[in-house]
Design a protein around this ligand. Structure first.
Ligand code: SF4
Length: 67
């Protein structure tokens, strides 16, 4: 099943670690905050899990994509 990354904005500190791990799916806006630009599939789920795990403020989570 396709997954999506979600950002908890009050928790995110915008340092872009998630972008460094998964730039294909997470870009940064002009202030350095993450923009989720694509869903997670089987090719990117490993890195997406890693991005969720390393987020220092637990601001990133993965949910089932809504269709
Ligand atoms: S790693 Fe976490 S705190 Fe850092 S930009 Fe990504 S979501 Fe925000």
């Amino acid at each position: 099943m396709t997954k999506q990354l979600r950002v908890d904005w009050p928790s995110c500190k915008g340092r872009g670690l998630c972008h460094e791990i998964l730039p294909e799916a997470i870009q940064l806006d002009e202030w350095g905050y993450p923009l989720v630009v694509s869903d997670i599939d089987e090719d990117t789920i490993g890195l997406a899990r890693e991005a969720v795990k390393v987020c220092p403020t637990l601001a990133l989570r993965m949910v089932d994509a809504r269709r």
